[in-house]
Design a protein around this ligand. Structure first.
Ligand SMILES: Nc1ncnc2c1ncn2[C@@H]1O[C@H](COP(=O)(O)OP(=O)(O)O)[C@@H](O)[C@H]1O
Ligand SMILES: [Mg+2]
Length: 230
Protein backbone atom coordinates (compact mmCIF):
# COMPACT_ATOMS: atom_id res chain seq x y z
CA UNK A 1 0.00 0.00 0.00
CA UNK A 2 1.46 3.39 -0.96
CA UNK A 3 2.20 5.86 1.82
CA UNK A 4 -0.32 8.68 2.05
CA UNK A 5 1.21 12.10 1.50
CA UNK A 6 0.66 14.57 4.32
CA UNK A 7 -0.45 17.49 2.19
CA UNK A 8 -2.01 15.59 -0.69
CA UNK A 9 -5.10 17.01 -2.30
CA UNK A 10 -8.14 15.22 -0.88
CA UNK A 11 -9.03 13.90 -4.34
CA UNK A 12 -6.76 13.12 -7.26
CA UNK A 13 -7.52 11.14 -10.41
CA UNK A 14 -4.85 10.04 -12.83
CA UNK A 15 -5.61 8.48 -16.18
CA UNK A 16 -8.94 7.03 -15.09
CA UNK A 17 -10.77 5.08 -17.78
CA UNK A 18 -13.95 3.05 -17.55
CA UNK A 19 -16.02 1.20 -20.12
CA UNK A 20 -19.14 -0.91 -19.68
CA UNK A 21 -19.12 -4.28 -21.38
CA UNK A 22 -22.41 -5.81 -22.36
CA UNK A 23 -22.86 -8.78 -24.68
CA UNK A 24 -20.51 -8.17 -27.57
CA UNK A 25 -20.31 -4.44 -27.02
CA UNK A 26 -17.98 -2.13 -25.13
CA UNK A 27 -19.09 1.38 -24.32
CA UNK A 28 -16.23 3.61 -23.22
CA UNK A 29 -17.60 6.12 -20.69
CA UNK A 30 -14.56 7.70 -19.01
CA UNK A 31 -11.40 8.21 -21.07
CA UNK A 32 -8.10 8.88 -19.37
CA UNK A 33 -9.36 11.44 -16.85
CA UNK A 34 -7.15 13.55 -14.60
CA UNK A 35 -8.63 15.66 -11.82
CA UNK A 36 -7.41 17.40 -8.67
CA UNK A 37 -9.73 18.75 -6.00
CA UNK A 38 -8.33 20.99 -3.27
CA UNK A 39 -9.58 21.47 0.26
CA UNK A 40 -12.41 23.97 0.51
CA UNK A 41 -13.23 23.72 -3.16
CA UNK A 42 -16.61 23.03 -4.73
CA UNK A 43 -16.22 21.73 -8.27
CA UNK A 44 -19.43 21.33 -10.22
CA UNK A 45 -19.69 18.57 -12.78
CA UNK A 46 -22.05 19.06 -15.69
CA UNK A 47 -22.65 17.09 -18.87
CA UNK A 48 -25.46 15.64 -20.95
CA UNK A 49 -27.52 12.79 -19.62
CA UNK A 50 -25.55 9.59 -20.22
CA UNK A 51 -22.21 11.40 -20.38
CA UNK A 52 -20.85 9.40 -17.44
CA UNK A 53 -21.27 11.70 -14.44
CA UNK A 54 -22.73 9.00 -12.17
CA UNK A 55 -20.12 6.53 -13.41
CA UNK A 56 -17.39 8.98 -12.39
CA UNK A 57 -18.95 9.49 -8.95
CA UNK A 58 -19.18 5.68 -8.49
CA UNK A 59 -15.54 5.23 -9.49
CA UNK A 60 -14.41 7.95 -7.06
CA UNK A 61 -16.58 6.51 -4.28
CA UNK A 62 -14.98 3.11 -4.89
CA UNK A 63 -18.29 1.51 -5.84
CA UNK A 64 -16.96 0.77 -9.34
CA UNK A 65 -13.40 -0.12 -10.28
CA UNK A 66 -11.79 1.86 -13.10
CA UNK A 67 -10.40 -0.27 -15.96
CA UNK A 68 -7.17 1.69 -15.72
CA UNK A 69 -5.78 4.69 -13.89
CA UNK A 70 -5.81 5.61 -10.21
CA UNK A 71 -8.07 7.34 -7.73
CA UNK A 72 -6.24 8.86 -4.77
CA UNK A 73 -8.21 9.83 -1.65
CA UNK A 74 -6.02 11.85 0.70
CA UNK A 75 -3.01 10.42 -1.11
CA UNK A 76 -4.14 6.77 -0.77
CA UNK A 77 -4.34 4.96 -4.09
CA UNK A 78 -7.72 3.29 -3.82
CA UNK A 79 -6.81 0.60 -6.37
CA UNK A 80 -3.93 -0.57 -4.13
CA UNK A 81 -6.37 -1.42 -1.35
CA UNK A 82 -8.14 -4.65 -0.53
CA UNK A 83 -11.94 -4.64 -0.59
CA UNK A 84 -12.14 -4.17 3.16
CA UNK A 85 -9.51 -1.41 3.17
CA UNK A 86 -11.39 0.33 0.38
CA UNK A 87 -14.65 0.04 2.28
CA UNK A 88 -12.93 1.49 5.36
CA UNK A 89 -11.50 4.41 3.38
CA UNK A 90 -14.92 5.11 1.89
CA UNK A 91 -16.59 4.93 5.30
CA UNK A 92 -14.12 7.30 6.91
CA UNK A 93 -13.11 9.75 4.18
CA UNK A 94 -15.89 9.96 1.61
CA UNK A 95 -19.42 11.32 1.97
CA UNK A 96 -21.97 10.54 -0.71
CA UNK A 97 -25.31 12.25 -1.31
CA UNK A 98 -27.53 10.74 -3.96
CA UNK A 99 -30.56 12.03 -5.80
CA UNK A 100 -33.26 10.47 -3.72
CA UNK A 101 -32.23 11.09 -0.14
CA UNK A 102 -32.66 7.37 0.64
CA UNK A 103 -34.11 7.80 4.11
CA UNK A 104 -35.66 4.92 6.04
CA UNK A 105 -39.37 5.88 6.08
CA UNK A 106 -40.25 4.67 9.58
CA UNK A 107 -37.32 6.34 11.36
CA UNK A 108 -37.14 10.00 12.33
CA UNK A 109 -34.58 12.35 10.81
CA UNK A 110 -32.32 11.92 13.87
CA UNK A 111 -32.74 8.13 13.86
CA UNK A 112 -31.87 8.03 10.16
CA UNK A 113 -28.65 9.94 10.79
CA UNK A 114 -27.74 7.69 13.74
CA UNK A 115 -28.60 4.42 11.96
CA UNK A 116 -26.77 5.04 8.71
CA UNK A 117 -23.75 6.39 10.56
CA UNK A 118 -23.60 3.33 12.82
CA UNK A 119 -23.98 1.04 9.82
CA UNK A 120 -20.82 2.71 8.49
CA UNK A 121 -19.11 1.69 11.72
CA UNK A 122 -19.04 5.12 13.32
CA UNK A 123 -20.48 5.56 16.79
CA UNK A 124 -22.39 8.80 17.16
CA UNK A 125 -23.79 10.29 20.34
CA UNK A 126 -27.25 11.84 20.24
CA UNK A 127 -25.57 15.23 20.82
CA UNK A 128 -23.49 14.66 17.67
CA UNK A 129 -26.63 13.76 15.70
CA UNK A 130 -28.24 16.99 16.87
CA UNK A 131 -25.17 19.01 15.92
CA UNK A 132 -25.13 17.41 12.45
CA UNK A 133 -28.78 18.32 11.96
CA UNK A 134 -28.04 21.85 13.24
CA UNK A 135 -25.30 22.21 10.65
CA UNK A 136 -27.80 21.63 7.88
CA UNK A 137 -30.39 23.88 9.51
CA UNK A 138 -32.70 21.09 10.64
CA UNK A 139 -32.39 20.99 14.44
CA UNK A 140 -36.14 21.51 14.72
CA UNK A 141 -36.90 18.59 12.39
CA UNK A 142 -34.95 15.95 14.35
CA UNK A 143 -38.08 14.07 15.42
CA UNK A 144 -39.89 14.22 12.09
CA UNK A 145 -40.48 11.16 9.94
CA UNK A 146 -39.32 11.51 6.32
CA UNK A 147 -42.89 11.89 5.04
CA UNK A 148 -43.19 15.03 7.16
CA UNK A 149 -40.08 16.53 5.56
CA UNK A 150 -40.04 18.58 2.37
CA UNK A 151 -37.79 17.41 -0.48
CA UNK A 152 -35.16 19.95 0.50
CA UNK A 153 -35.29 18.93 4.14
CA UNK A 154 -34.91 15.24 3.24
CA UNK A 155 -31.89 16.10 1.10
CA UNK A 156 -30.39 18.03 4.01
CA UNK A 157 -30.85 14.97 6.26
CA UNK A 158 -29.02 12.97 3.57
CA UNK A 159 -26.30 15.63 3.67
CA UNK A 160 -26.09 15.40 7.48
CA UNK A 161 -25.60 11.63 7.07
CA UNK A 162 -22.91 12.17 4.43
CA UNK A 163 -21.09 14.58 6.78
CA UNK A 164 -21.37 12.35 9.87
CA UNK A 165 -18.07 10.56 9.24
CA UNK A 166 -16.26 13.93 8.84
CA UNK A 167 -15.29 13.09 5.25
CA UNK A 168 -12.53 14.83 3.32
CA UNK A 169 -14.32 14.37 0.02
CA UNK A 170 -18.04 14.97 -0.46
CA UNK A 171 -19.68 13.63 -3.61
CA UNK A 172 -23.18 14.76 -4.54
CA UNK A 173 -24.89 13.21 -7.57
CA UNK A 174 -27.83 15.36 -8.71
CA UNK A 175 -28.59 15.89 -5.05
CA UNK A 176 -30.22 19.26 -5.58
CA UNK A 177 -31.36 19.18 -9.21
CA UNK A 178 -34.92 18.12 -8.52
CA UNK A 179 -35.48 20.80 -5.88
CA UNK A 180 -36.92 24.20 -6.69
CA UNK A 181 -34.23 26.82 -6.95
CA UNK A 182 -34.76 28.47 -3.54
CA UNK A 183 -34.71 25.07 -1.78
CA UNK A 184 -31.68 24.05 -3.83
CA UNK A 185 -29.92 27.18 -2.59
CA UNK A 186 -30.62 26.22 1.04
CA UNK A 187 -29.14 22.75 0.52
CA UNK A 188 -26.20 24.25 -1.37
CA UNK A 189 -25.69 26.77 1.41
CA UNK A 190 -25.37 23.87 3.85
CA UNK A 191 -22.82 22.22 1.52
CA UNK A 192 -20.90 25.49 1.17
CA UNK A 193 -20.79 25.97 4.93
CA UNK A 194 -19.53 22.42 5.50
CA UNK A 195 -16.97 22.93 2.76
CA UNK A 196 -15.70 26.14 4.36
CA UNK A 197 -15.76 24.97 7.96
CA UNK A 198 -14.25 21.54 7.38
CA UNK A 199 -12.05 22.19 4.35
CA UNK A 200 -13.94 19.55 2.39
CA UNK A 201 -13.38 18.99 -1.28
CA UNK A 202 -16.77 18.76 -2.98
CA UNK A 203 -17.69 17.34 -6.36
CA UNK A 204 -21.24 18.28 -7.16
CA UNK A 205 -23.05 16.84 -10.17
CA UNK A 206 -25.76 19.10 -11.48
CA UNK A 207 -27.63 19.76 -14.70
CA UNK A 208 -28.48 23.29 -13.62
CA UNK A 209 -26.28 26.12 -14.90
CA UNK A 210 -27.59 28.27 -12.06
CA UNK A 211 -26.29 25.80 -9.47
CA UNK A 212 -23.06 25.23 -11.37
CA UNK A 213 -22.40 28.97 -11.23
CA UNK A 214 -22.26 28.78 -7.42
CA UNK A 215 -19.26 26.42 -7.41
CA UNK A 216 -15.59 27.40 -7.44
CA UNK A 217 -15.28 25.97 -10.93
CA UNK A 218 -17.26 23.92 -13.40
CA UNK A 219 -16.10 20.84 -15.25
CA UNK A 220 -17.93 19.35 -18.20
CA UNK A 221 -17.91 15.66 -19.04
CA UNK A 222 -18.14 15.33 -22.79
CA UNK A 223 -17.34 12.29 -24.91
CA UNK A 224 -15.60 10.66 -21.96
CA UNK A 225 -13.31 13.59 -21.24
CA UNK A 226 -13.31 16.33 -18.62
CA UNK A 227 -13.18 19.86 -19.86
CA UNK A 228 -13.15 23.16 -18.04
CA UNK A 229 -16.58 24.57 -18.81
CA UNK A 230 -16.76 28.11 -20.07
N1 LIG B 1 -24.29 -0.69 -15.33
C1 LIG B 1 -24.20 -0.27 -16.58
N2 LIG B 1 -24.05 -1.16 -17.61
C2 LIG B 1 -23.94 -0.74 -18.89
N3 LIG B 1 -23.99 0.56 -19.26
C3 LIG B 1 -24.16 1.49 -18.30
C4 LIG B 1 -24.28 1.12 -16.91
N4 LIG B 1 -24.44 2.26 -16.17
C5 LIG B 1 -24.41 3.27 -17.06
N5 LIG B 1 -24.25 2.82 -18.33
C6 LIG B 1 -24.14 3.65 -19.55
O1 LIG B 1 -22.99 4.47 -19.39
C7 LIG B 1 -23.23 5.78 -19.86
C8 LIG B 1 -23.02 6.79 -18.73
O2 LIG B 1 -24.02 6.62 -17.73
P1 LIG B 1 -24.09 7.51 -16.43
O3 LIG B 1 -22.74 7.49 -15.79
O4 LIG B 1 -25.24 7.07 -15.62
O5 LIG B 1 -24.33 8.97 -17.05
P2 LIG B 1 -24.95 10.30 -16.38
O6 LIG B 1 -24.90 10.14 -14.91
O7 LIG B 1 -24.06 11.40 -16.90
O8 LIG B 1 -26.32 10.44 -16.92
C9 LIG B 1 -24.64 5.77 -20.42
O9 LIG B 1 -24.56 5.53 -21.78
C10 LIG B 1 -25.29 4.61 -19.71
O10 LIG B 1 -26.31 4.05 -20.48
MG1 LIG C 1 -26.37 10.29 -13.45
Amino acid sequence: MSQPQAAANPLRLRGVSKAYRTTGETTPVLRDLDLDLRRGEIACLVGASGSGKSTLISVIAGLLRPDSGSVFIDGNDVSDLSDSQRAHLRATKVGLVLQSGNLVPFLTAAENVALVTRLAGIEVSSAHVVSLLEQVGLADRADHLPRRLSGGEAQRVALAIALANAPDVLLADEAVGQLDSSTAKVVLGAIERACEERGLAVLLVTHSDEIAALGSRTLRLDNGRLQIAA
